[in-house]
Design a protein around this ligand. Sequence first.
Ligand SMILES: *Cc1c(COP(=O)(O)O)cnc(C)c1O
Length: 425
Amino acid sequence: MKMMNDAATAPMSAEEMDANDNIRGFRERFHFPETKDGAEPIYFTGNSLGLMPKTARGYVDEELEEWAKLAVDAHVNARHPWLPYHEFLTEQMARIVGAEPSETVVMNSLTVNLHLMLVSFYRPTDRRHKIIIEKGAFPSDRYAVESQIKFHGFDPEISLVELAPREGESTLRTEDIVGRVESEGSSVATVLLGGVNYYTGQAFEMREITAAAHKIGAVAGFDLAHAAGNLELRMHDWDVDFAVWCSYKYLNGGPGAVAGAFVHERHADCQNMPRFAGWWGHDKATRFLMGPEFRPLTGAEGWQISNPPILQMAALRASLEIFEEAGMTALVAKSRRLTGYLEQLINELADDRISIITPRDPSQRGCQLSIRVRNGDRSLHERIVTRGVYADWREPDVIRAAPVPLYNSFRDVGRFVDVLKESLG
Ligand SMILES: *Cc1c(COP(=O)(O)O)cnc(C)c1O
């Protein structure tokens, strides 16, 4: 299936497209892994672990130095004082997910944040106790949700609703998601989907899904692990209740990077909302009076529990500054061309052993294409990996390839498809 603008773009070579790419320079800001034979790697696993910004080491070193020289005084006297350190990340992170700074906090890791959000946003009653998720959600999300249901004394067999694609289809239709939300109606407490499904690469229509959830009196939350830094997001405008995401995938924050959480401002002042409290969520003005009574900060910061890991946040700060410079609008514009080019070249292979399960509509995907391999022949993946390609295999039969607009080039895409073609034999 060809896109309308193919006629205009098809004659251009990968080299010409790279020359026309006004954000190509960002590639130089990242370390690429070394391959065995010294060949240039084709790194298409930024959806799993983003590359290291060259500035990250200096940012982490700076904090190590502050620790060495100032020790406890670094909390207040460091160039970037540790006490408010998470605040140095807030505005940039808020822009990435389309939120107000007061709605955004960088803390903990992803699944932890999901649990913390569910403590507040999944409060089942006998009448309203269901959570709707997508079938084939990332396992950690499913484990979290199932354990929350059990924690409240409900039965996942009854309270966990999993949306499956239609027979013969690989991805969900928005009309079916909305239809199911409506038909489950007042039994639903929470709708929780991925922003982008990690397996199929499908981007969900978050605004529509949120509106459907609200219409039946439920709350809507999204796991943006594969959406943050990949799509242009509007958490605030789409009226989403809560969201969580990690920072080591598209956001290049490094292994185990500190995650994010979004809480819509209409919940900012809900002092009586149940939550798991800790001192970092307590009013900053009186935190160090060390009083016994918890008074949560307004906004997303009120969900913090512990004082944060400064070294991890330093690495993330390096990365978010690059995002700030590039801007999500430019990144997504390039991403559409880059992934469109990958799709076009795979189509041109016209090999019936492989097919793309990611939606063809660019507005229903990010940069990742999930390539289904007939009969789950994993050896194809092994052959491309030995040729310097970083792409992953997901059971039973999918290769995920994510050309990332910050550091991948059109030439990478061309080389990837050459390798794929050779490997198909
Ligand atoms: C990557 C990913 C995770 C990983 O969870 P961690 O808590 O960061 O280990 C969870 N959920 C989704 C949807 C993911 O894509």
